[in-house]
Design a protein around this ligand. Structure first.
Ligand code: ATP
Length: 447
């Protein structure tokens, strides 16, 4: 896919290089040559992804009284995946080039006549079904009876536990169950850093509503809530779209569906899908397990199968979006010398930024400055994500800009005299001199 809105503001090569240089994302098992479709999060990346997950959890679970949290096992009874349709239908159509031996997903190719990599005609095989579920075996015997799957989505853990959850949490529809956890898919063509990987994290909300005519209104409400979430965390609205699926594009049982897409450097890519899934999922498990997963409505004295509204977001894709969206490269002019320099900034929202406040001494060979700066950093630590650093001042600011730290506190000689420090704002580069005792309040207001 190509960008439909002009040149991308950053290339994937630039993002990949920065992600490695600053410790956001590394290729998994790099010393052995890496392994396709798996990535590790470095010290800053681990915090970035945790912040994204916490922001989702806070909004979806903690700030509501109609959603409960959940955490199910990665490996489930194999029948789960029979009922859900994954054993029979979770396929991609795989195509090989007989000349260059590259593999493609048939639905990603403009035509099956020509190989997009080597350009040869009539070298692509006919598409074959390839099941994306990863298999493992349980116990000492590796026969088919021991076969199990690493879950390809987290949602099924919620469906099979529906009764346990609503009974123990004393909830009745409309209410939701949310979970964040790892999923695995044997993707044919992993790529674009952590966009398409074989091991990833999903954040899924399954919201169950009664069949009282308000189901589509609930669906709309969740679409709006998710729009608000992306906007609250500063994702550029020009690079975000909510693509409404046509009836042909959505499953036969779904009444409505939207893909939330971001304009990545290579084009639009899905971050999340929001869907009205009817009663399909609970019905499928009731049918195969023979167990009752309906809800008994005390008031109406009747059982019914609730309708499901689902939001399923990829946390790796969202963290990658935050990284790409925050990136900007700008020319700055020194006020005194008029000299132009370039700086790379990650303009993260303060709640997403891995480091919120950097604290440095003006000179690292002056013990009084070092000690004061370290003390200030320690005192701020319970209140913000802080980092003490020392070295060349220009390089310190450059590094903090590049990892997206919203504020930097500098301890200089004046600090020793009057207890003041300077606070530099990442975006405006303005420096305020304030009393160190006011730092906590100053930062709390801005973070
Ligand atoms: P795609 O069409 O890109 O393969 P999908 O439609 O199969 O995605 P869903 O099954 O709707 O994806 O999964 C919900 C979310 O999980 C996606 O929107 C995405 O954010 C995330 N996700 C799915 N597959 C992957 C993957 N291979 N790598 C990273 N994230 C993924």
């Amino acid at each position: 896919m190509t960008s439909t809105q002009g040149q991308p503001h950053v290339t994937m090569d630039e993002i990949t290089a920065l992600a490695k240089r600053r410790g956001f994302i590394f290729q998994s098992s790099e010393i052995y040559g890496g392994i396709g479709g798996f990535f590790d999060y470095g010290p800053l990346g681990a915090i970035l992804k945790r912040n994204v997950k916490d922001a989702w959890w806070r909004e979806i679970v903690e700030l509501r009284d109609d959603v409960v949290g959940f955490d199910s096992a990665i490996i489930m009874h194999p029948n789960t995946w029979v009922a859900s349709g994954h054993v029979a239908q979770f396929h991609d159509r795989l195509v090989d080039c007989k000349n260059c031996r590259h593999r493609f997903r048939a639905d990603h190719l403009p035509s099956l006549e020509k190989c997009p990599d080597c350009g040869m005609r009539d070298t692509l095989t006919a598409p074959r079904n390839f099941n994306l579920m990863m298999q493992t075996s349980i116990g000492p015997m590796e026969d088919s009876a021991a076969r199990a799957y690493l879950r390809p989505e987290t949602a099924q853990g919620i469906f099979v536990n529906f009764k346990n959850i609503y009974q123990s949490a004393r909830k009745k529809p409309p209410f939701g169950i949310a979970q964040i956890g790892k999923s695995f898919r044997n993707e044919i063509t992993p790529g674009n850093l952590t966009f398409r990987v074989r091991e990833f994290e999903q954040a899924e909300l399954e919201f169950f509503v009664p069949d009282d005519g308000n189901d589509l209104a609930w669906y709309e409400q969740w679409v709006s809530a998710r729009k608000r979430w992306y906007s609250d965390y500063g994702v550029n609205e020009d690079r975000l779209r909510f693509y409404e699926l046509t009836p042909q594009e959505r499953p036969h049982y779904a009444k409505a569906g939207i893909d939330v897409e971001y304009l990545f450097p290579w084009g639009w890519g899905e971050l999340e899908s929001i869907a009205h899934r009817g009663t399909y999922d609970l019905q499928a498990h009731m049918q195969l397990s023979g167990k009752d997963l309906t809800f008994f409505d005390e008031a109406g004295k009747a059982k019914y199968t609730p309708i499901l509204i689902e939001s399923s977001a990829g946390m790796d894709r969202t963290a990658l979006t935050m990284l790409i969206d925050a990136y900007r490269s700008e020319t700055i002019v020194d006020a005194e010398t008029r000299k132009e320099t370039n700086r790379v900034v990650l303009g993260f929202h303060p709640k997403i930024a891995p480091v919120q406040v950097g604290v440095f001494p003006l000179a690292r060979n002056k013990p009084e400055l070092v000690e004061r700066a370290k003390r200030i950093e320690r005192e701020l630590r319970p209140h913000a994500r802080t980092q003490y650093d020392e070295g060349n001042v220009g390089q310190l600011y450059r590094r903090q800009d590049e990892i997206g730290t919203p504020f930097c506190v500098m301890v200089d000689y004046q600090s020793l005299d009057d207890g003041s420090v300077t606070v530099r704002d990442r975006d405006s580069m303005r420096q305020d001199r304030i009393d160190a005792t006011q730092l906590r309040a100053y930062l709390a207001e801005r973070l």
